[in-house]
Design a protein around this ligand. Sequence first.
Ligand code: SAH
Length: 258
Amino acid sequence: MLDKLRIVLIGTSHPGNIGGTARAMHNMGLADLALVAPRCEVYGSESHARASGADALVSNAKVYATLEEAVGDCTFVVGASARVRHLPWPMLTPRALGERLPGECAPEAAQAALVFGREDSGMTNGELQRCHAHVHIPTNPDFSSLNLAAAVQVLAYECRLAALGADDAPDTPFGVEWDNPPASHEDLERFFAHLERTLTEIDFHDPENPRQLMARLRRLFMRSHIDSMEMNILRGILGAVNKQSRALARQESHDGNG
Ligand code: SAH
């Protein structure tokens, strides 16, 4: 299970935090480190010094330009958040996150990611809305933000505890053998783009005045944990809607011309 858990750091600005994260991960038996648009030197002496023995994780860390690329293959994405955000999102405690993981990681194609934000500004709303759930470490409300590598340490520890006790956990996300593999993050993003295009086409959605429509639809679909068959059905429905609305538009312009 721990081999299916990726740690993703977005926009890190201190190399010491990359080294500290590598060390925390290696201590807890995690190895897959991904960095999204880091704002500091990654493979230099400062990160290696803080990694103290976990250097290989720093050397093997993969760098991506965007969060989408870093989690494209993921079937379960959780964002670590120091603050409560405007639009409430399914929230896990660190313990509940650990308990969910064995099931989430059980399907063969499963890949999970735990995403952490920038030292100065955390994660953007757009980034948080790409997650199935958020996790908050219950801290002093008057001083809630942990050092980045410390936050990684706490959550990695919970994941390790859960992995050690994983024998009695369900071996799929739904507590029963599932018939289809989960949809990947990449599939979900393609679906959301298709959904937005379609809702615009049928005049349900106005991109000039979006309100929070797409964020709310994202939350709905992320919460339901779509599998790949369901994803195909939804894409098929959107395709049929596109076809009908284009036929209607052609008909109207034809009638208008005649
Ligand atoms: N100043 C930022 C916090 C940056 S701390 C803000 O206000 O959002 C860097 C990252 O560590 C955060 O983005 C988050 O991923 C993680 N982190 C820090 N404290 C946390 C907490 N109490 N619970 C969960 N994650 C936390």
